[in-house]
Design a protein around this ligand. Structure first.
Ligand code: C5P
Length: 287
């Protein structure tokens, strides 16, 4: 029997590397990025009732309203793809993933809602279909439908699955300031990118299961574009000083993460950074 309520998890993503190769005529950019999902997640409850439309409620104050909310967007796009009407969907978000941090929180929520609705309405959509619907909501949603690790190209929707990072601890630190993805892409001059990540080296390291080789190659071209580059560099330096094998900013920021092969060092790093930064997390790859 089809369900009237469902709980789903929306896993955060991190960019192990992020490169931008060109500005596109449609206003987006072509990216070349290795993404990894992590255990840190939002909890989502989806309920259906007679009526129409979508209502999104959450445990944080500044949820985007109406169509700008990715979870509401997911309900709308799912209904428009499947032709389902005459249902009202309520989405309750329990946010754990920091917002405007480069961790794909909104994209993860949208992807989880799509997966949840597919189960709830027993529509049996393929992962590729869910990813296609997701790409209408945001560039990172197709990856969040899939989870694990992948090389993403194009706007972010062209995905090649990769083996996940080997078992490790990941310490994430979000500075107080937040970043608008659109603004940072807008400030990027593709002709002036001086340093780029070794994307092929990272994909090889994942295929070979080498945590050290992947971690020490991590780099994000937006670290040279963001206004608060000094603070990003300082957090990276702190993570490396506390034993991280590598550290990098994720997405368009502002969160920075370090990869540790030693759980004790990772816990110490989180506690140390927490003295200065409220939003610090200890997590691990979500395979
Ligand atoms: O796709 P999404 O809505 O997450 O993107 C937000 C903004 O980031 C876009 O409006 C665009 O300005 C920028 N962006 C881009 N190229 C990408 C992804 C995002 O220019 N590949």
């Amino acid at each position: 029997m089809s369900k009237s309520a469902l709980d789903v998890k929306a896993y955060a993503k991190l960019n192990i590397s992020l490169d931008v190769t060109a500005r596109r005529p449609d206003g987006y950019h072509d990216v070349l990025t290795v993404m990894q999902s992590v255990e840190l997640h939002d909890d989502i409850e989806i309920r259906r009732s007679p009526g129409r439309g979508a209502r999104v409620v959450g445990d944080i104050g500044n949820l985007p309203r109406g169509g700008r909310n990715t979870a509401a967007g997911a309900v709308f796009e799912f209904f428009s793809y499947t032709g389902i009407t005459e249902e009202k969907i309520t989405v309750e978000l329990y946010k754990r993933i920091p917002v405007r941090a480069g961790m794909g929180g909104g994209s993860a929520d949208a992807a989880a809602v799509l997966r949840g609705l597919d189960e709830m309405f027993e529509t049996g959509l393929a992962q590729t279909e869910l990813a296609e619907i997701g790409s209408r909501i945001g560039s990172d949603v197709p990856f969040c439908v899939m989870n694990g690790a992948a090389l993403a190209e194009g706007r972010g929707e062209m995905l090649t699955k990769l083996p996940s990072l080997p078992e490790c601890c990941i310490v994430i630190c979000k500075p107080r300031f937040s970043v608008s993805t659109r603004t940072l892409f807008g400030r990027l001059d593709c002709g002036k990118i001086q340093r780029r990540p070794d994307t092929a080296g990272i994909t090889d390291a994942l295929k070979n299961g080498s945590l050290t080789d992947a971690a020490r190659r991590m780099y994000n071209i937006f670290e040279d574009v963001i206004r608060h580059g000094d603070e990003i560099a300082r957090i990276k330096g702190a993570l490396l000083g506390l034993g991280a094998l590598g550290a990098v900013m994720t997405g368009t920021g502002s969160a920075v993460f370090g990869i540790f092969d030693d759980g004790g060092a990772a816990r110490t790093a989180r506690e140390t950074l927490r003295r200065e930064y409220v939003e610090c997390f200890l997590t691990s790859p979500h395979p």
